[in-house]
Design a protein around this ligand. Structure first.
Ligand SMILES: Cc1cc2nc3c(=O)[nH]c(=O)nc-3n(C[C@H](O)[C@H](O)[C@H](O)COP(=O)(O)O)c2cc1C
Length: 178
């Protein structure tokens, strides 16, 4: 079994996917991981619309919501996905200020599980939320957050992605004023 450190180091966002489909069981497992993410008042505001390449009608609809640049590489992915956030708490109808945050956490859980299964995901802000809203008849209560391509790794060189040092984003006490 891979350690969490190994999984974190292995994960990156590729632009080339292998021509290999993902089993229903693996798809279930990545959503099972998302299912257990924490959320404000346990609202679990995340939703996902996804399609495998075999589900061609929905896949094409998802693909059409992605911008031209991202389409150029995402077209080969065996799975396309859209995440959405429910904007209000189901219990009392109050705005959920953390719906996007919690949706991101669920995506984080999904990504880690995917990586454990040797699946790779590439998220995309470059898509048309209004087009997605229309294509999938999404009500105002749900906000499209991010699109994602998911699959096994194709052949490509992993790009260098610089990371901030810890002391650039984590401050003990009041040692630094933001
Ligand atoms: C919310 C979000 C939106 C992103 N949008 C795009 C995008 O539209 N196109 C793209 O090529 N990459 C996109 N990315 C990928 C990031 O560029 C990538 O995660 C970042 O450079 C770090 O690289 P790594 O994921 O390989 O570690 C997005 C990532 C996130 C989390």
């Amino acid at each position: 079994m891979k350690s969490l450190d190994t999984i974190i180091a292995q994960r990156y966002s590729p632009r080339n996917f292998a021509d290999r489909s993902v089993s229903d069981e693996s798809i279930r497992q990545v959503f099972e991981a998302a299912r257990h993410a924490p959320s404000s008042y346990n609202e679990q505001p995340w939703r996902f619309i996804y399609a495998t390449r075999e589900q061609s009608e929905t896949y094409q609809k998802l693909l059409s919501c992605i911008n031209e640049y991202n389409q150029s590489w995402a077209t080969g992915a065996p799975i396309l996905m859209l995440s959405l956030a429910k904007k209000h708490f189901s219990q009392n109808g109050k705005p959920n200020r953390h719906a996007w945050h919690d949706t991101g956490t669920a995506v984080g859980f999904l990504l880690l599980k995917a990586t454990e299964l040797d699946l790779y995901a590439h998220q995309m802000a470059g898509f048309y939320p209004d087009k997605a809203r229309e294509a999938f008849n999404i009500s105002d209560e749900y906000e499209p957050v991010v699109m994602m391509a998911l699959g096994y790794l194709g052949e490509e060189e992993r790009p260098e992605k610089p990371r901030k040092e810890i002391n650039e984003f984590a401050f003990a006490g009041n040692e630094k004023v933001l």
